[in-house]
Design a binder for this molecule. Structure first.
Ligand SMILES: NC(=O)c1ccc[n+]([C@@H]2O[C@H](COP(=O)([O-])OP(=O)(O)OC[C@H]3O[C@@H](n4cnc5c(N)ncnc54)[C@H](OP(=O)(O)O)[C@@H]3O)[C@@H](O)[C@H]2O)c1
Length: 350
């Protein structure tokens, strides 16, 4: 869709898991998008549907990106690193879902309802958070501000779509092989065919994998390091103690977290529930009700359940679920753009 009055917007990675989630959101947004330019790796011919039209999604063309007021990146770290700084110098707003700039001191990790006030009009590159920590960063934001969170322990249950489209295709093909084999023989595990795993480190069908990303020397995997450093940055809490085990599970979309928070002081659960209920973007299940990834798939908010006391009077336990492709990526980035627009910092060029 090109050359109408309004904002010129590009999306790099429009054919990926996150990119495809952007498309309906961009169709519905109040941002006055006049021209829209989707890009892919360009390794094969691909099209996407936008406002009822089939648009080609070719390889990235820097000139076109530089002619836009806003560019979303949802592809790979190297792609963001290659183009974003040049675009920023040209005055283009860049909202990046990769991890390329998240720990850059000059780039805020933005969740608008948590720390939108961290954005300055002089910024040009804004990072979206890692999809695993988004749920806790949103759900715990007001608790941290009102009471103080001293320590975080968590285990994640991460959907396969979080690892991109190749991982999801691998999962589906393994499921096909598993179900074919189960039809033949009900004596499961030893009889399962050896399934190829390329996108993920082990078979994900009928399994869980306690590894997300590569390991460092201490034995932490990449996701565990991201969770810690990003939450400290988002909450502006450099001294926050965090330990986590991040786990891939055979779920299509929706990341879940079992979280133990040690608060600065003991508070009754009713007070904690009241704070959670007032936290923007959060819905809290009461009684014995709880959210599951299936309940949250395709929904924009963060859902919390199983609130209870932990091992000490200062520790609380929470179960948090959010859609990794929406609040964990595309929706959050669009909300950041809408925030820029409301502040008058994102404008169509004359
Ligand atoms: N998946 C999530 O839940 C999630 C959440 C938060 C952040 N993220 C981040 O968002 C980014 C996209 O993730 P994803 O899950 O959507 O990955 P994906 O499904 O693998 O899609 C990757 C996209 O990037 C494009 N691409 C690959 N190489 C490119 C290149 N050299 N130039 C331009 N485009 C290129 C691909 O195009 P082709 O179709 O041509 O291959 C595709 O559109 C990643 O940085 C990821 O870490 C993902």
């Amino acid at each position: 869709v090109k050359n109408y009055p309004g904002l010129k917007v590009a999306l790099v990675g429009a054919t990926g898991m996150v990119g495809r989630e952007f498309l309906p959101l961009l169709e519905k947004t109040k941002l006055p998008i006049g021209s829209f330019y989707p890009f892919s790796s360009g390794t094969r011919r691909q099209t996407i549907l936008f406002r009822g039209k089939k648009l080609p999604a070719p390889g990235v063309d820097f000139k076109t990106l530089a002619s836009c007021e806003l560019v979303f990146f949802a592809s790979a770290d190297e792609v963001s690193k290659k183009f974003a700084p040049r675009l920023a110098r040209a005055g283009v707003w860049v909202i990046d879902d990769s991890s390329a700039f998240r720990l850059d001191r000059n780039v805020p990790i933005v969740i608008p309802e948590v720390n939108g006030d961290r954005i300055r009009p002089s910024h040009r590159i804004l990072a979206g958070p890692n999809c695993t920590i988004t749920g806790l960063a949103v759900a715990g934001a007001l608790l941290h501000r009102k009471i103080g969170v001293k320590e975080v322990r968590l285990a994640s249950y991460q959907a396969v779509s979080g690892a991109g489209k190749d991982a999801l295709l691998e999962f589906f093909s393994q499921l096909g092989a598993v179900s074919a084999s189960l039809k033949k023989d009900f004596s499961i595990a030893p009889a399962l065919p050896k399934l190829a795993s390329r996108a993920l480190p082990r078979q994900i069908a009928l399994n869980v994998i306690p590894q997300v990303g590569g390991f460092d020397r201490e034995g932490n995997c990449g996701e565990e390091n991201k969770v810690a450093s990003e939450l400290r940055k988002i909450w502006a809490a450099p001294g926050l103690k965090i330990s986590s085990t991040t786990v891939r599970v055979p779920v299509v979309r929706g990341h879940s977290l079992a979280v133990w928070l040690t608060l600065s002081k003991a508070k009754p659960l009713s007070a904690i529930r009241a704070i959670l209920n007032r936290t923007p973007g959060v819905s809290v299940k009461g009684g014995m009700d709880y959210p599951t990834p299936l309940d949250c798939a395709g929904k924009g908010g963060v859902s919390v359940g199983r609130l209870r006391l932990g091992a000490t009077s200062k520790e609380i336990c929470l179960w948090i679920v959010s859609d990794n492709l929406l609040k964990g990526a595309a929706l959050n980035s669009l909300q950041t753009a809408e925030y820029l627009w409301r502040r008058g910092w994102l404008k169509a060029r004359p």
